[in-house]
Design a protein around this ligand. Structure first.
Ligand SMILES: [Zn+2]
Ligand SMILES: [Zn+2]
Length: 585
């Protein structure tokens, strides 16, 4: 174990202050197996296991572990060589820990090699692309009589896959074949914490603050940015190259550097001092469109004569109100800041309840009572139990009979629960023809409904829009759940004409939700902005399937803030007495 002390002894400063040359790096043998290389092997193993119809939980566990390892700052190789207990890290159980040890100690993984040698040629052909689902690829290979990744790529580019097997299949293949550099925001939050800790600890910077997409709370990020204060910038650059075992330096200047993190996103650091901290924070946070509008007021940021220790001081100097990072996208925030007319963005403490949560009655993991208790502990006044409706068999949809019983049961619970209310709701499927999945006489007994599409995603834009408009004509339709069905980085969602749907919601007194699930965040900030501008209120819902998910409301709040929403536009900032009236059509 030779080079272990590099993150601790303050050494590693390149001679003469020259920062390592990324091209030269390839010519030397890799000193470490990087975390990324270990993660790649686990991801390949997951794919081969899934092709063998292995228990999906096991497959998921390997996939999740691979994602976690890519974020870690500590080198797994070092940890193994130090005989550290790997199971102390979240997501690493005994089996995965021993796989990691085997990879580090032997350079390979027996199980992976065995499965590879046994794999059918079509599965083997995609093992370098672990995000491809072997079952789906098999189907494509069979359909087109092909057997290689090159042919698969060809069928994708020619549009054949989309034409014959649909948009979602084409999307899956495109994502599986493309190196992704994007990451969900909530994953990036973990990465952000790990890098921040590394900067403040191993790199000994005096101050590090996140900027860019993560600070603006963009739902999918490609770059992680920090402004840092240090007296030894080259030393920090050198140490960051040992992040997670090995992290290539992509470019560097005298006060900034970019690294390719093994999780796929870029890491950008910008040096700042006490005097220009605020200026650098502003310069590194805003989206391009924002900075364009901002510099029309301030002049080029790099050329400014005065430096600003805080962002507040910077904005004040130019007669602007402080602009919350979530708003710095280049809509109208600079104009509004100049007129002191920025919105007062919603915050977590404005939330009075959750209007979309599941229980064990359908596919949730906790009872109605437990969900209610967890909501009460968060300081909420109410929680809406909206289990799936009868047609959604894969999510144990609730039968007509059982929903009647549940309504009576909740009435009983409410009779004895002082000050807290369980709302009787349902996540009602919008059927293909736009009708709702329960009869009216049952829907009438609910406090409100969340109505969602869970099937027939392939209808075209006009059909899908008509389906929604028809559903909204039902007087028991209240909130449209996850309006586009998108799953970030996985599938684009079905197509709808959002203008028409917003128009119908306004006309009929229906509402939207921002679904806080980190891979949905549906409505998008742009669509939420559009709805509220048209006068349609929005619920910020978690769609929790267990008590532990209630805190993800923060992701929905981030999204609402990006849409510029104030609490007056949000349904669940209202007490139930007020809300009740809005649900009566
Ligand atoms: Zn749903
Ligand atoms: Zn749901």
């Amino acid at each position: 174990m030779a080079e272990k002390s590099t993150t601790q002894d303050g050494g590693l400063r390149p001679p003469g202050g020259i920062i390592a040359n990324p091209e030269g790096e390839n010519t030397e043998p890799a000193p470490f197996l990087s975390n990324a290389e270990i993660a790649d092997r686990l991801a390949s193993l997951a794919q081969l296991l899934s092709a063998q119809k292995e228990n999906p939980y096991k497959v998921k566990a390997y996939q999740r572990a691979a994602a976690k390892l890519r974020n870690m700052s500590e080198s797994l190789q070092e940890l193994v060589q130090d005989d550290a207990d790997l199971t102390q890290y979240a997501g690493i159980g005994d089996a995965i820990a021993s796989a990691i040890r085997e990879i580090v100690q032997t350079g390979s993984l027996r199980k992976l090699e065995t499965l590879r040698s046994q794999a059918s040629p079509d599965v083997a052909s995609i093992n370098d692309y672990p995000r491809l689902d072997p079952k789906r690829v098999k189907r494509i290979y069979k359909k087109f009589g092909i057997s290689s990744v090159e042919e698969l790529r060809g069928k994708l580019e020619s549009g054949d896959i989309e034409q014959v097997l649909g948009l979602r299949m084409a999307q899956h293949v495109r994502q599986g074949l493309t190196e992704t550099h994007a990451m969900l925001l909530y994953r990036a939050d973990d990465l952000k914490s790990a890098v921040e800790e590394f900067l403040l600890g191993a790199c000994r910077v005096k101050r590090a603050e996140v900027v860019g997409e993560v600070r603006r709370r963009v739902e999918v990020i490609e770059e992680l940015g920090f402004v840092i204060e240090t007296e030894d910038f080259p030393g920090v650059v050198a140490r960051l190259q040992r992040y997670g075992g090995r992290t290539p330096l992509v470019s560097s200047g005298k006060d900034n550097a970019v690294f390719a993190l093994s999780s796929g996103v870029m890491l950008r650091i910008q040096l700042a001092g006490k005097k220009d901290w605020g200026l650098q924070m502003a310069a590194c946070t805003g989206a391009k469109a924002h900075l364009k509008k901002l510099t029309a007021v301030t002049g080029a940021l790099r050329g400014l004569k005065t430096s600003f220790p805080t962002e507040e001081a910077f904005y004040r100097n130019f007669g602007l109100e402080y602009i919350e990072p979530e708003l710095r996208e280049g809509y109208d925030e600079v104009e509004r800041a100049a007129k002191n007319a920025l919105p007062r963005l919603i915050t977590a403490k404005d939330i009075k309840g959750d209007l979309h949560a599941h229980s064990t009655s359908s596919d949730g993991s906790d009872s109605i009572e437990d969900m209610a208790e967890a909501a009460r502990e968060r300081g909420y006044e109410y929680i809406g139990i909206s289990d799936h409706s009868q047609s959604l068999k894969i999510a144990s949809g609730v039968s007509v009979e059982d929903l009647w019983a549940q309504i009576k049961y909740i009435d009983k619970l409410n009779a004895s629960s002082r000050g807290f209310r369980i709302l009787k709701s349902s996540e009602v499927d919008i059927l293909a023809d736009g009708s709702l999945d329960y009869p009216d006489d049952l829907l009438r007994e609910l406090d409100y409904t969340v109505c969602s599409i869970h099937s027939r995603f392939a209808l075209n834009r006009e059909q899908q829009t008509d389906r929604l408009l028809r559903a909204m004509d039902n007087r028991y339709f209240n909130i449209l759940g996850h309006a586009t069905g998108r799953l970030l980085l996985k599938r684009p969602g079905y197509e709808i004409d959002i203008e028409r749907v917003v128009g119908q919601a306004r006309k009929n007194g229906c509402f939207f939700e921002i679904n806080s699930s980190p891979d949905r965040l549906d409505l998008s900030a742009e669509n939420a902005r559009r709805a509220v501008e048209a006068g349609v209120m929005i619920a910020v819902n978690t769609d929790s399937h267990g008590m532990g998910e209630l805190p993800i409301i923060r992701c929905g709040i981030d999204q609402a803030r990006r849409a510029g929403l104030e609490k007056t536009s949000i349904l669940n900032c209202l007490p139930w007495e007020k809300l009740q009236g809005l649900f009566k059509r």
